[in-house]
Design a protein around this ligand. Structure first.
Ligand code: ZN
Length: 255
């Protein structure tokens, strides 16, 4: 074993120990957990479909309202880029922690459905999910498969068959508030948690970024599994900054 492997193992063992000692641990994930599945973090410049567009411009609620065809011209590519992606060992490790009763659930900023696909049962999707679209007029909900059929059949903008109104993905667009019920559940889990394991998130996007602070304020601990700096580096019991899939695999192996 090299020195760096030994250091990595020591960190993973510490996270495993914290999990075993906690009663109400929760996991919080961001884009980094899905990067090994081939889904780039869109806030990283120069990656994939976001290379030529400004997500703040095209994935903004105002863009959807003012020019739904342009919005869907872009967003249908995003759907297409996500539908065939599979969970990676990081998602699987998090599902395994829940199966073993070591975490109560996972709060995620991701809309890609991969935690559920990996077998996680309690998944709080605070930014929504590509699983469905909604009609802004009648509130009708349409499953992803149906929306993909609509996109394939054309015109490219999927519409509610009753209202002839462009559907909106059930994801939180820029400029939109986060879903109240999901945020309330996330907040409750965070305030009750004696340990929050934050995975693949820079913890910079509010209000989700405030959740580790909720746990800390209630006397809980924070563990970080993420590359790059976060505002909570100084508060964390331990930080693992290698590949998320390798790190979480090591954590499960150390249990
Ligand atoms: Zn409708």
């Amino acid at each position: 074993m090299t020195t760096s492997q030994a250091v990595a193992s020591a960190g993973a063992a510490r996270v495993a120990e914290l999990l075993q000692r906690s009663d109400r641990a929760v996991v919080l994930t961001g884009a980094g957990v899905s990067v090994p599945s081939g889904i780039p973090d869109f806030r990283t410049p120069g990656t994939g479909i976001w290379e030529k567009v400004d997500p703040m411009e095209v994935a903004h609620i105002d863009a959807f309202r003012s020019d739904p065809d342009r919005f869907w011209g872009f967003y249908s590519q995003r759907f297409a880029s996500l539908v065939d992606k599979r969970p990676n060992p990081a998602h699987e490790a998090i599902a395994e922690l829940e199966r073993r009763g070591l975490v109560r659930g996972v709060i995620t900023q991701n809309v890609d459905r991969l935690h559920r696909a990996a077998g996680s049962r309690r998944v709080i999707e605070v930014h929504g999910s590509i699983d469905r679209c909604v009609c802004p007029e009648c509130g009708g909900r349409f499953e992803l498969d149906r929306v993909l059929e609509m996109i394939a059949e054309g015109p490219a903008t999927p519409e509610c068959p009753s209202c002839i109104t462009p559907l909106k993905p059930d994801v939180v667009l820029f400029g939109e508030l986060l879903p109240e019920a999901a945020m309330a559940e996330a907040h409750a889990l965070a305030s009750e948690a004696d340990l929050m394991v934050c995975v693949g998130s820079s913890l910079e996007v509010y209000p989700v970024a405030s959740l580790p602070g909720v746990t800390l304020a209630a006397g809980g601990r924070i563990a970080l599994v993420t590359q790059g700096r976060t505002p909570y580096d100084g508060d964390a019991e331990v930080k693992l900054d290698g590949d998320v899939a390798d790190e979480l695999h090591a954590v499960v192996a150390a249990l």
